[in-house]
Design a protein around this ligand. Structure first.
Ligand code: CA
Length: 221
């Protein structure tokens, strides 16, 4: 488990890092807002502890920009009198907050809870590059854009994504998505592939669904 600590007060940063390492977490500490955003965007962390008052870019701004590309769990650290930061942070998608000064046990407990929550969510999410499909909430996004899919388009996409690298024939897709009692033509699969491509591949200039001539369709890694 990797945790990014963003805190410009060296004493707090050092103390938190030591405690987290003691608990078995791998940590990286940065003291500057811009650096934090770059680090959090470039590398994957299981959680980020983010102080609000930071040099170059404040924590709220770091969070706002990070959320345009990533959903890494974030616990923001605010000073006791900064209720505004707390509210703004939660509005922007912070998962939790702690008011300084805080008890380390409390922070450790919240880290555990938030990492666990994220893992449960991740289990339902299928991703392909910037494409994210939440099988539970049925929300489909490309980067920060929401993609509106019909039920059948969604089911077909989930089926292809869950069978990544496997060429799916029209008959298989028909059985899986439309059911055995569907008495139509397998052309319906081609039609829905076209819908998906126009909403995803064409809209974002990417190739997600590939055609395998004479066999069917596949999403390849
Ligand atoms: Ca600070």
């Amino acid at each position: 488990m990797k945790i990014l600590i963003v805190e410009d007060e060296a004493n707090i940063a050092r103390f938190v890092a030591l405690e987290l390492q003691h608990e078995g977490y791998e940590t990286k500490s940065v003291a500057d807002g811009r650096e934090a955003l770059e680090e959090a965007t470039k590398n994957d962390y299981d959680l980020i502890i983010l102080d609000v008052m930071l040099p170059s870019l404040n924590g709220i701004e770091v969070l706002r920009r990070l959320r345009q590309v990533k959903q890494t769990p974030v616990i923001i650290l605010t000073a006791r009198d900064q209720i505004v930061d707390k509210v703004a942070g939660l509005d922007l998608g912070a998962n939790d907050y702690m008011t300084k000064p805080f008890a380390i046990e409390e922070l450790l407990a919240r880290i555990r809870v938030n990492i666990k929550k994220q893992m449960q969510q991740d289990r339902n999410v299928l991703t392909y590059g910037k494409l994210k499909v939440d099988a539970e909430s049925h929300v489909v996004t490309y980067g920060s854009d929401a993609i509106d899919l019909t039920k059948k388009e969604f089911d077909l996409l989930v089926y292809l994504l869950s069978n990544r690298n496997v060429v799916i024939s029209r008959e298989q897709a028909l059985d899986a998505v439309w059911g055995f009692d569907f008495y139509g033509n397998t052309n319906v699969v081609d039609v829905y592939i076209r819908y998906l491509r126009s909403k995803i591949d064409d809209a974002y200039g990417v190739t997600v669904i590939r055609t395998v001539r004479g066999s069917g369709y596949v999403i390849r890694d």
